[in-house]
Structure formats: C-alpha cells, structure tokens
Design a protein around this ligand. Sequence first.
Ligand SMILES: Cc1ncc(COP(=O)(O)O)c(C=O)c1O
Length: 424
Amino acid sequence: MDMELLDLFPDTASVSGGELVLGGARATDLAREFGTPLVVYDEQTLRSQARAYVDAAPGALVAYGTKAFPSVAVLKLFLEEGLGADVSTTGELEFALRAGVPGERLVIHGNNKEDELLRRSIELGALIVLDSIDELERAQAAGGTRFLVRVTPGIEADTHEAIKTAHHGSKFGLPPEDAVEAVRRAPEAEGLHVHVGSQLMHFGAALMTVDWIAQFSARLRAELDWTPRVIDLGGGLGARHVLEEPSFTIGEFVGGLVGELQRSFHLLGLPPTQLVLEPGRSLVSRAGVTLYTVGNVKRASTATTYVTVDGGMSDNPRPAMYNARYTALLAHRADAEPAEAYTVAGKHCESGDVLIERVELPAPQRGDVLAVPVTGAYTLAMSSTYNAVPRPAAVLVADGKARVIRRRETVADLLALEGPVGSA
Ligand SMILES: Cc1ncc(COP(=O)(O)O)c(C=O)c1O
C-alpha cells in the first residue's frame, strides 16, 4: 500500500498489522459490530477542521453548511468548537436547534424558503440570506429585519455544472441590479452574501468573487450611501478524494480570502466588515470513511473485474451525479501488495452504479471490508432508498470507542411509510 494514501483518511487513521485503524478502533471491528455499509466519522478530524477555520478567520462566524451532513451530533461538536450553522430548510433548522445552535449563530438559506422557515428564523433572530425581491417582501411583512442580500456576480467557478452557483442565470441569489434594488428597499440589511460554488479545487474564482463583492459594495455606497457591515463568502473549499487531485489546507484557502477581502476593501476606502463563512464539505468530508462488505467478485471482460459491495449509489450518489472519483483499500489487508485494478460497483439496478472506476487492490474476496475515504460530505446527506435499500448507519469514533450518531434504517422503516394493505 502507498502510505501516502493515508493522507486521504482521517487524522487518526493508521495501519497496524495490516488492519486499518480509525479513531483507535479497527475498521473491521466497527464493521462487525455495527454492520455495513457504515459511515465512520472521526471526532478528532472534525474538531481539527473546525479549529482550522476558527484559527484562519479569527472573529468570523463560521456557520457549518449543514447540508453536507445533517447530524445533531456533528452540529453539537462544531457548536462546542465555536461554530454556528447554515441551514436551508425547516428540516435542517430542526437539526441545528436540536443540537442547541443559538439563533445568533444561524444563517438561513434556501432559494424557496417556506413561510414556516421565515417565521421561525425571525422568531429566533437568525440572519436571513435573501434570495429574491419577493422573499424580501415576505420577510419584511413577517417582521424580519436581519438580512444579507445574496448576489450572483456572474462568475463561473471551475467545478461541476451542478454545483456552480454564482454564474449568470443561477437559480440562487439576486442578479446585481436586483440586489441593488433589495438594498434600496431594505437598508437595514446587514450585508452581502456570495457563494461561488462547491468542491473548488482552484482559488481563482473565489478570489475574483471577493474583488467583485468589494467593487459591488463600493457601488452600493455611491448609489445608496449604504455599505455592508457583514460579508458572507459562503463555503466551497473542495476535498481531495484521490491522490492525483490537488490539496489545499483550510488555512491556505481562508487565509487567501481574508487577505483579499481586507486588501480590496481597504483599497476602495470601505470600512472593515464582519466575516461569515459557511464551509460544509471541507469540515466533514475527510472525517468520514465508508465501510462496505464485499460480495460478488466478477470478471466481466479481460479489462474489467467488478468488486460488488453492499451499498452504492443509494448511500453515495456522488460518482453517478458528478463523476466524483474515489479510492479504497481493504480494511484487514491495508498494506498488502495490489493484485490488479478493480472496478467497485454498487448493488443497485443501474449500470451507472459504479463507486470507483479503477482501484488497485489485493485480490478482494467475499466478506472483506472495503474502506472508501473522504465520504463524510454529501453522501448520507444525499442518500436515497433506491431498490428499497435502507440507509446506512453512522458512528463517531474517538479513543477506540464508537457511538452511533445515526441508526441504520430498516426495511420496517420503509414499510411503515406504506399505506394500509387492502383491496384497490
Ligand atoms: C449557500 C451555500 N453555503 C455553503 C455551502 C457549503 O458549501 P461547501 O460544502 O462546498 O463548503 C453551500 C453548498 O453548496 C451553499 O450553497
């Protein structure tokens, strides 16, 4: 095994006697005790990622992008580290409230906020990120006063089409002219919001966005005598899923943004602002490792041997949705020499249900545990029950102990949603 591969795993990951160890617990023991598929979250990594944000942007409100993995336990842990939460539905809001996140650390998103979400946000004194003029009118009518105006600068992030958000014609935010109108109608607004996109592996678009928002702030000062007191730069820092992808630290990314913001505001004679950041993926992705049990190993052609696992696109839709790449290792033969390259397929009735196109492994056999790193973000959060496959459990590991933070769904849970059986 290439020991560099451990860089993709959580901080506490090691290989001892061929066994992958996460948070002091053997991956194969976790698989046996809790079943598979299982998403294992490493507490130390979650905390260290959160601390990296707090250190890189002292004084900023770091609001965890709950959508990456809505988990009460994780939200609570981040709360202990001084973070807040970005939520975009009443469901996510309930998760944040269950974790005890106070109203002043909540940032409310969504391009189609329900009346209930607006009402609760106002009641809680949370910061509402306005996504349209219509929403501004509804929020003002409901008594809201704490707003950020989300603007789409027309910048194309270098990422997958589905997770670009700041381009012209985006379904999110207000085009610049509408954003000016929103500020004119709501001078009480605290500031501006922009989120350039997710899974950013280059900083260019994010830095351009910072410059753009400074120019836009100068325009608002000139036209409306209004300057932002708060700038929210959203989330976006990408995760490295395979060794061939570039890697950036939170310190490098956030340090770059903070420096650019200070510089550009200073150059334009604008007053310093309170910063809000909304990281999701970069907080939780590397902390999570998915464990699967190997089933069929099948040679389909001279070029392709499938290793089939007991999950797939239902617990991790990212390869099917975004062509996301992953790698893997065998949890009890983590340091064995690879035999050949395999294709890791899921158990679902779609040819596109392939988790890993090609990964070198030491001849997997039925019953082996396959560990896929960097699966903590937008996996369980986007999971489905396709093929009536119940969703996996998640555990949090620290100091050799594991606790269930999301119980495994059962077929009984799925059947409980069905109507009464009777004649049609
Ligand atoms: C408005 C907003 N903030 C924060 C995030 C979190 O982004 P990421 O997980 O890329 O850090 C997203 C995700 O797309 C978003 O749309």
